[in-house]
Design a protein around this ligand. Sequence first.
Ligand code: SAM
Length: 122
Amino acid sequence: TLVVDVMTLNAATVTEDSSIEEAAELMLDEKVTHLPVVSEEGKMLGIVTAWDISKAVALKYDKLDEIMTRDVITALPQDPIESAAIKMRKHNISSLPVVNDQGRVLGLITTDHISTLIAGDK
Ligand code: SAM
């Protein structure tokens, strides 16, 4: 199984000038916990997660810029799912933006996709 077979296409994203509140609202509306931060052209600049929103609340940050992670671990669509799982385990993260070779965000793969795959229809 490859990343492309199980990933979410057209994942919700935010732009860098969004507020923390806008990112939090989008997570609630889309029922997701991870949002890639992209430029106007769709290039990946970072990632913001529910964990980062907690950090903003606890430490009173107010700009997305201050809480997003810029050094993003990514996957390619043709990567085997096992290599995505190993990357997530190794870095203690639960999602990887899936990018093409120009760095454009295609979607997202999460630990949910992997548990769904393992659980099958059980
Ligand atoms: N284990 C939890 C999880 O999986 O979300 C929380 C720990 S994890 C170290 C939290 C941090 O990882 C957040 O600051 C978030 O921005 C960052 N993060 C999440 N996904 C990432 C990714 N694909 N690449 C780099 N950092 C990522």
